[in-house]
Design a protein around this ligand. Structure first.
Ligand code: AP5
Length: 222
């Protein structure tokens, strides 16, 4: 019997949060909740929040807590999240972490584990600038580290359309790394203090990292 869980994936751009969240979603039936994806959807939809977020995201900064929390709360209110969620890219500031604590307390839930994906900054620019995704289903690939089995065809849905993110260029990635170290890395100590921190060496191969994460999630959901 598995119980629903709230898991947090912490890590800089390129650490593998999205890659691993999608794998955990498939393996454990949890719901991946990426604030980056939610914000990109708001930008694409042209909402007021999306318009405000767009400039900040292109510059590699962090979108305001107010916008992110509004989007996150709406998504957390949807019924599928009762299966348990993997928060990918949230929280990213002390204010967001405190707001999450309050939200979970009000729902009678708690954090199962906040998992820090530990990586070397130097490798992250290569990881992020080589990344692309299936335009249809969102499956992630990489020019060097993860290519489709048949070149140009998505393994998952068979689409032949792929896309790259506008903020995946060396200059913006450097700014995103700076934002991570200034505002998000301190959350590692925050969750350590709460006794829910786990750390995973995320410099290894994707499947190796996935196995380490699965061991943690199995323990949390047992
Ligand atoms: P977001 O979309 O969350 O981007 P990010 O945190 O910069 O993270 P990435 O998506 O770049 O990396 P990832 O860790 O998911 O790595 P991935 O698995 O793709 O946020 C974008 C922007 O939105 C932010 O800059 C900010 O402006 C805004 N935002 C979002 N959330 C916010 C919040 N809470 N508050 C305020 N603003 C917010 O992997 C990267 C590549 O490497 C892939 O190609 C993958 O195949 C490959 N790879 C993965 N793991 C490995 C491995 N172990 N070995 C080799 N290659 C690997």
């Amino acid at each position: 019997m598995t119980k629903s869980a709230v898991l947090i994936l912490l890590g800089p751009p390129g650490a593998g949060k999205g890659t691993q969240a999608r794998m955990l979603e498939e393996k454990f039936g949890l719901v991946q909740l990426s604030t980056g994806d939610l914000l990109r959807a708001a930008v694409a939809a042209g909402t007021e929040a999306g318009k405000e977020a767009q400039a900040v995201m292109s510059a590699g900064g962090l979108v305001s807590d107010e916008i992110v929390l509004a989007i996150l709360k709406d998504r957390m209110a949807e019924p599928d999240t009762s299966r348990g969620v993997i928060l990918d890219g949230f929280p990213r500031t002390a204010g967001q972490a405190e707001a999450l604590d309050e939200l979970l307390e009000a729902q009678g839930q708690s954090i199962g584990s906040a998992i820090s994906l530990d990586v070397d900054d130097a490798a992250m620019v290569e990881r992020v600038s080589g990344r692309y995704t299936c335009a249809n289903c969102g499956e992630g690939y990489h020019d060097s580290f993860k290519q489709p089995a048949v070149a140009g065809v998505c393994d998952k849905c068979g689409s032949t359309e792929f896309k790259r993110r506008a903020d995946d260029n060396a200059e913006t990635v450097s700014a995103r790394l700076e934002s991570y170290h200034a505002q998000t890395a301190p959350l590692i100590s925050y969750y350590e203090g709460k006794g829910v921190l786990s750390r995973v060496d995320a410099m290894g191969e994707i499947d190796r990292v996935a196995a380490d994460l699965a061991a943690i999630v199995t323990q949390v959901t047992a």
